[in-house]
Design a protein around this ligand. Structure first.
Ligand code: PLP
Length: 379
């Protein structure tokens, strides 16, 4: 009998989401306005210790609005992590601004402050979008001190890092504006949704107005500028409230999944796990490993294929933006001249199934397939 497919990061339900939805329906607040939205915003704000938040229909719209409220315009430069999901860069294109990509460092796999400094020697951007990948914060102390000196605002893309910490402060509280995603694959989900956060109240007010078609404060519908329809539904916010209440437990579960893989595979020849710097507390949203040896690395796609043949979904690390057909003609800065860190991680990195419903036995099976794969190529 074929066992069921193991996915990379499927949604995980507490079980009481449906009760939250039922209550919402009873209250008749089923549109993108209502008490659940307000409460969800409040709870996330207080968890992250950021004063203002705005619940939106996706993390991508949060990124778009972050750039809008910073008044970034067509032709402006915006720096962006090279190793990220495409949404971070697409928001720059929505505005008509010009993305410039910055390489990662090996310590955190996130934006390298030295490559950032290198880029700043030739281009002055209007903002820097810093992504925290796979549940781990970027090195904000260094990045912020560079950007603060030049008065460049930081937008923190914390879509993958809700629940993580950097220097004992919550991930998602470092940007002048920060964004979260509640997409189905993220650590908590509203089925689809996102959030924009800032300690600057004006930014969030302006973003709220933009997210609701930029209506003027009049009794009739008057509009002076183009707005968007980006608010989160009150029904979906109720799912978020259910999911959020055990966020910290989810983080612990993710870290346990990582530890199980680590124990099984760390001592194996040629395998290295995504590091966790001392000042970071990663959620291990996804467990990611890297094949160390270049002759092994050629085989990373073979390993992904082998896992797939066994009904197991795994993936390469994000394909860097500077290698994307969509973005290959834009500037990319790296202090590494031969092969960038981001490209190296893309070629050698593999994301393993890390869903919260993953069973211990399933993890054992995945690990044995990986071990077997390595023994077969050694001989
Ligand atoms: C998921 C994700 C987003 C986009 O969030 P959506 O809610 O899917 O629009 C943005 N950036 C990163 C790094 C992500 O992983």
């Amino acid at each position: 009998m074929r066992s069921k497919k193991i996915y990379l990061s499927p949604p995980f339900l507490n079980g009481d989401e449906i009760e939250y939805i039922k209550k919402t329906f009873k209250s008749n607040w089923i549109a993108p306005v209502g008490p659940n939205i307000d409460l969800f915003e409040k709870e996330i704000s207080s968890y992250l210790n950021v004063n203002n938040s705005l619940a939106l229909n996706s993390g991508t719209s949060a990124l778009h609005l972050a750039l809008k409220v910073l008044n970034i315009k067509k032709g402006d430069y915006v720096f962006c992590s090279d190793l990220t999901f495409v949404a971070s860069a697409n928001a720059i294109k929505y505005i008509g601004a010009i993305p410039v990509f910055i390489d990662s460092d090996l310590e955190s796999w996130n934006m390298c402050h030295k490559s950032l400094e290198l880029a700043l020697k030739s281009i002055k951007p209007k903002a820097v979008i810093v992504t925290n990948i796979y549940g781990q914060s970027a090195d904000f102390e260094k990045i912020m001190s560079i950007c603060d000196q030049k008065k460049i605002p930081i937008i923190e893309d914390a879509a993958e890092s809700l629940g993580a910490e950097y220097q004992s402060k919550k991930s998602g509280s470092f940007g002048l504006l920060s964004i979260l995603s509640f997409n189905g694959n993220k650590i908590i989900t509203t089925s689809g949704g996102g959030m924009l956060l800032s300690n600057n109240e004006e930014y969030i007010k302006e973003a709220k107005n933009l997210s609701t078609q930029s209506r003027e404060d009049k009794i009739y519908y008057e509009h002076k500028k183009v707005g968007y329809n980006y608010r989160l539904s009150n029904v979906l916010a109720s799912i978020g409230l259910s999911q959020f209440k055990n966020l910290d437990k989810r983080v612990k579960m993710k870290r346990k999944i990582f530890r199980n893989y680590y124990k099984k595979l760390n001592t194996r020849f040629g395998i290295e796990f995504m590091p966790e710097p001392d000042n970071c507390y990663s959620t291990r949203w996804l467990t990611v490993l890297k094949l160390k040896n270049s002759s092994l690395s050629k085989n990373s796609l073979n390993l992904i294929e082998l896992l797939n043949e066994n009904g197991i979904e795994s993936r390469p690390v994000w394909k860097p933006m500077h290698l994307q057909p969509l973005y290959k003609d834009y500037n990319f800065f790296s202090i590494n001249e031969s092969c960038s860190i981001s490209e190296n991680l893309f070629l050698n990195g593999i994301c393993l199934p890390s869903g919260l419903n993953l069973q211990f036995e399933e993890q054992e099976k995945i690990s044995s397939i990986i071990i077997e794969f390595f023994s077969s190529i050694k001989s």
